[in-house]
Design a protein. Structure first.
Length: 40
């Protein structure tokens, strides 16, 4: 399992799947990233 770091606050981001897409969410800053799939 991969753990991404939030680019804004360096907290760990939680990854989950929704409709076949991986979504990365920072619980601390309430930010969401959809870009990680583009860089795999």
């Amino acid at each position: 399992m991969r753990v991404l770091t939030c680019p804004k606050c360096t907290a760990d981001m939680r990854s989950y799947e929704r409709n076949g897409a991986t979504i990365d969410h920072c619980e601390k800053k309430k930010r969401t990233s959809f870009l990680s799939e583009l860089f795999d």
